[in-house]
Design a protein around this ligand. Sequence first.
Ligand SMILES: Nc1nc2c(ncn2[C@@H]2O[C@H](COP(=O)(O)OP(=O)(O)OP(=O)(O)O)[C@@H](O)[C@H]2O)c(=O)[nH]1
Ligand SMILES: [Mg+2]
Length: 443
Amino acid sequence: MCYIATMFCDEVKIKVLAGKGGDGCASFRREKFVPRGGPDGGDGGKGGNIILKVNPNLNTLSHITSGKTYKADEGVPGKSKNRHGKNAENLILEVPPGTVVFNEDKSQMLADLEKDEDNFTVAKGGIGGMGNARFVSSTHQAPRFAENGEPGESKEILLELKLVADIGIIGLPSAGKSTLISVISNAKPKIAAYHFTTLIPNLGVVDMRKFGGSPNDSFIAADIPGLIEGASKGKGLGHQFLKHISRTKLLVHLIDGTLEDTEQNYKTINKELKEFDKTLAKKNQIVVLNKIDMLDEKETKEKLKILKKIAPKSQTFAISAITKEGLKPLLFALVENLIEIKKEEAKQRKKRPTAEIPVLQPHIDKEQFEIEKVIRKKDYKIFRIRGKRIEKLIKMTDINNIEGLERVYHFMEKSGLKRAVEKQGAQFGDQIKILDKKIPYRK
Ligand SMILES: Nc1nc2c(ncn2[C@@H]2O[C@H](COP(=O)(O)OP(=O)(O)OP(=O)(O)O)[C@@H](O)[C@H]2O)c(=O)[nH]1
Ligand SMILES: [Mg+2]
């Protein structure tokens, strides 16, 4: 099953580079008998976005190559005769449901792509530069300046695929997790009497028709490799899979009834969950005592009593995965719980108007500029400026073109930037630095 591939390809780091906008064109009409025609340079087209989009038929991220740069096309430059350049196509990268997008160092989640058709523009293409025809005004009839296209956004991102199962079966090694999934679902895992038989999770569909239920109640279960003490710190095999169960709706905590210390066994697992992720520990659990075919009635009752006492909020069941005793009541309880959880989730989604496209933007860029630093040289100063708008303007302006430079000065005046640097003591001979470009300060 491709799920094996998932486990090994479930994290890819890629670079995305959206397309640059096409440059605007600076040109003048040339017609017979018209010696000096007006400006007729068209605008550049928009650069392509990079969009991540869920394709429900995908199970893995293996089609995305880690380390690769995914580039969208550039917008076409404008041409003379007011011809605008074409917008570039967006680059669409398809991902499986359950893909979470993080920034490079995973300090921020950018989007959580869960359902069919969810999509997220991860890098925006640059806007096209305006042609010189756009800069005509009553006072300036023949501008020789056209804007450059805006560079496309570029970033490194991390895509992570989380397991999408409704139910996760957890427990100590050899508790019987794989045996249970093998009798309730179509999964065919390896089962053996030694620890860590399961190396990667097994996914299976539990067809409720086989248990006298409705086909609509069928669900997906995942059997997670055995967890041991220290798993949250990387011991054993379970650790790398803990994150995969964070998306399940409900956990089945399986306890081996043949082991002595029932209470301790239960606590060990919960402690690891808590240490890995507090929200994981709060996830609803159904506590299931397994292997009751090896116990007499009295022992089963006693062990159940212990479990009820230490997990008073959880439902408890006693089963034998091998003889299938007690399976039906357990499965119907799981279905009931899932229905409730799904209802609750739907309610929450309604409350959130953005649920359609669950995108979390990291932050809103400051619109205004700021003087980041004043660097004092021997006989002049450099004012380093930051700000979304001024940076965009600089990227799109050829400051070697006198008209382009005038435009930047105009913006500085209008936005109050000029006054701000004056307040900080700007004088003739000083420089203003925006991104990698330097402009002389002008009174
Ligand atoms: N008697 C009895 N034995 C069981 C039962 N369920 C599982 N076993 C046995 O317990 C052993 C471990 O079963 P697995 O299903 O491989 O256990 P697991 O929890 O998946 O183990 P890991 O993958 O190693 O974490 C096997 O020898 C099974 O036959 C049960 O209900 N009764
Ligand atoms: Mg197993």
